[in-house]
Design a protein around this ligand. Structure first.
Ligand SMILES: *[C@@H]1O[C@H](CO)[C@@H](O)[C@H](O)[C@H]1NC(C)=O
Ligand SMILES: *[C@@H]1O[C@H](CO)[C@@H](O)[C@H](O)[C@H]1NC(C)=O
Ligand SMILES: *[C@@H]1O[C@H](CO)[C@@H](O)[C@H](O)[C@H]1NC(C)=O
Ligand SMILES: *[C@@H]1O[C@H](CO)[C@@H](O)[C@H](O)[C@H]1NC(C)=O
Length: 646
């Protein structure tokens, strides 16, 4: 009797869990249904029709598009991994996971408070034995005359604060992707807020008291400094290569000193750097010297505070603490996070299964694009065709951003081996700055070696790409498929092909096609610079093809639109083509026609408002679109002429 009850209980539990876990197909379909706004007209406004409800559903969580949605899901899953680590009895403190856990727990033990800003400022002083002019000076005078803005900037740079006064990054060279270069440019976001916010920061940090007679003058000076910077020549698209010596002559900025502090090693004056926005850099020093050191230091403090907030280095009150802390681990220890996530969610043969599914899909579309190249609509010469085909054959698709080496754990442990953390850290700012300093040091050190090739490709970045969740292209003939997108409802090897191809398939092929944008045609199959097809952008047939696209909006982005148009055509036409290897069976779980499912799921990739034109271009030029949604012949999204790219 007892046995029977237990048996029934087990059955019940299985039944319950099954009802709580929809199948991969149900999950994908549910995602579409939830996001759809079927009051919109698909023939006029396919974006709202396919995903118009998404924003309202996720307003509170501040999610705006597919990327956000994926990131939100995988951060939640990373949190589970971190919580499991907390429960473990033994953990090697010196391993990457030991360090990630220490960071996570320190974060959990810290309450959000203004104190953190003071800690950061204290730990990143502008000079040796020189503090920032905050209330912590406790009445003693700030030795203003000892402040040097360039030194202060370089010291901040060591912690990855890099978007202040000017930017200096180590990036893959855009002329020779096989090397890294030092890249200087003007900052990309306005440092300064409105008058009241600035005043709040100054008072909050204690630079001046709220009723101090000179507070309004200080705020006005800071705003004027910012105005002067904004009025420097705008960024041109042209880039320059200058030696440090030449740069110093032209700008008066002591770059050698700045680089020496940032990198922790001297540079030869003949060392060459790349610059975009020379006019700005030429005017920078004179602008800064118009103002007192107090004004400049205050301006920089506002920039630091903004940067701390923007990079989510300070905890916010009122948001979920655990979520904030797992987000912080993911963001600031992304190398450790990736391997922790991968090893937890892709164990027991899952990794191989997912990889196989992704690679198989890629091979189908690679073959389809090869066929298209051979049809030669662009009238390429035989040599040009060979060049393009070799580029295509050389592309590798890889899961994850880490090098594809046999022992990734070891790679990651080695990476963090020189990250020193206190045994029992109590100060979140301190541990975070240790982590940032370490990460920045490694990012800058990339300058000393060639770009790793093939399976070993790996690159640390600072310019905001770290959190990509959709497949992305790298100039070294590589497309990375982040693990984040390899989860339900977005992708599962067990889904019906229609879901796999329309969402991940499309975004992966779009990333592959980046390699064939006019700009990237200057790189051959080994990402060496080659002038052979450098002028591809002027190819008559290609110009005709892109001219055919709706030029009325965002015409500067025509090449971008062209990729979306072509990627959709490739995946859709291959999927529904005569010799298709994909399942074209109408799924039993829905009455929605297969072709509609395909296009609705595809559209999730482009649900963000900024992508309206991209989405419209893609569907307007798909032969089948009008028929699939019964659009009248004159409908906006069903024009008579369809453009063919490639
Ligand atoms: C989509 O719907 C929103 C809200 O109803 C509306 O404001 C917007 O104009 C629509 N978009 C288009 C392209 O019509
Ligand atoms: C690139 O093309 C050359 C022939 O031009 C070939 O020898 C080489 O193996 C190719 N490299 C890759 C990575 O495909
Ligand atoms: C690319 O450049 C490297 C180094 O200069 C060279 O060894 C290699 O042969 C080049 N590859 C091609 C396809 O020209
Ligand atoms: C390609 O060449 C053929 C034959 O020379 C010509 O008829 C055709 O118009 C060309 N196509 C394009 C798109 O330029």
């Amino acid at each position: 009797m007892k046995e029977t009850t237990r048996f029934l209980c087990v059955l019940l539990i299985i039944g319950l869990t099954q009802s709580r876990h929809p199948s991969p197909d149900e999950a994908a379909l549910d995602f579409i249904y939830k996001n759809m706004d079927d009051t919109a007209n698909p023939c006029q406004d396919f974006q709202n029709f396919s995903s118009g409800n998404f924003e309202a559903l996720h307003k509170e969580a501040k999610l705006y598009d597919l990327q956000d949605s994926i990131r939100d899901a995988s951060t939640g899953k990373l949190q589970i991994v971190l919580e499991k680590l907390r429960d473990r009895v033994f953990i090697d403190e010196s391993s990457a996971e030991g360090k990630a856990l220490r960071f996570y727990e320190t974060c959990l033990n810290t309450s959000p408070s203004r104190q953190l800003f003071f800690s950061f400022l204290e730990l990143m002083p502008p000079g040796e034995d020189l503090p920032w002019p905050t209330s912590r000076l406790r009445g003693s005078r700030w030795p203003e005359e000892r402040f040097e803005w360039l030194e202060a900037l370089a010291r901040l740079r060591r912690f990855g604060i890099e978007n202040l006064l000017f930017r200096m990054n180590v990036v893959q060279d855009w002329v020779d992707p096989n090397h890294f270069v030092v890249y200087l440019k003007r900052p990309t976001y306005p440092t300064i807020l409105d008058e009241n916010s600035n005043k709040d920061i100054l008072v909050g940090i204690g630079i001046l008291k709220k009723n101090h007679p000179s507070i309004n003058t200080l705020v006005a000076d800071i705003m004027a400094l910012d105005d002067d910077l904004q009025n420097l020549p705008p960024e041109e698209s042209r880039s320059y290569t200058l030696s440090i010596e030449e740069f110093e002559d032209q700008t008066g900025i002591q770059l050698s000193k700045y680089l020496e502090i940032s990198f922790g090693r001297p540079f030869d004056p003949s060392f060459e750097v790349k610059i975009v926005g020379m006019g700005y850099l030429e005017g920078l020093k004179a602008v800064i010297e118009k103002y007192t050191n107090k004004v400049v230091a205050s301006y920089m403090i506002i920039g630091i505070v903004r940067s701390l907030i923007q990079q989510q280095l300070v905890l916010k009150t009122g948001s979920n603490h655990q979520v904030q802390c797992s987000t912080a681990v993911r963001r600031h220890m992304e190398v450790a996070s990736e391997v922790l996530y991968k090893d937890y969610y892709f164990r027991q043969g899952r990794l191989q299964r997912y990889d196989r599914a992704v690679q198989q899909m890629f091979e189908v579309f690679r073959a389809a694009f090869l066929k298209r190249i051979e049809k030669n609509r662009l009238n390429l010469t035989a040599e040009e065709q060979t060049f393009v085909k070799q580029k295509l054959r050389a592309i590798k698709v890889r899961l994850g951003s880490l090098p594809n080496v046999p022992d990734q754990r070891r790679f990651v442990n080695d990476f963090y081996s020189d990250l020193e953390l206190e045994k029992h850290p109590t100060n979140l700012a301190k541990i975070l700055l240790n982590i940032l300093e370490h990460r920045t040091r490694h990012t800058l050190k990339q300058l000393d070696r060639p770009t790793p090739k093939g399976n070993h490709f790996f690159r640390l970045e600072e310019l905001g790409y770290i959190l990509q969740t959709e497949p992305y292209y790298r100039t070294s003939n590589l497309v990375v498929v982040p693990y984040d997108i390899l989860q339900e409802p977005y992708f599962s090897p067990d889904q019906h092909d229609v879901f796999k191809v329309s969402l991940l398939g499309f975004s992966m092929i779009r990333a592959v096609l980046e390699n064939f944008k006019p700009y990237n045609m200057r790189f051959d199959n080994e990402s060496n610079y080659s002038e052979f097809m450098e002028n591809f952008g002027e190819n008559f047939a290609y110009v005709e093809a892109t001219n055919c696209l709706d030029r009325s909006k965002e015409s500067s982005q025509l090449n971008e639109h062209a990729i979306n148009v072509l990627a959709l055509k490739l995946v859709y036409d291959t999927y529904f083509g005569e010799d298709s290897k994909f399942s074209q069976e109408q799924p039993s779980f829905t009455k929605l026609p297969l072709k509609q499912i395909f296009l609705l799921n595809f559209a999730q990739n482009l649900m963000y408002k900024w992508n309206t034109v991209r989405l419209n271009q893609a569907v307007r030029n798909l032969n089948d679109f009008g028929e699939v949604f019964n659009c009248p012949a004159d409908a906006f999204l069903n024009p008579e002429t369809k453009c063919e790219i490639w």
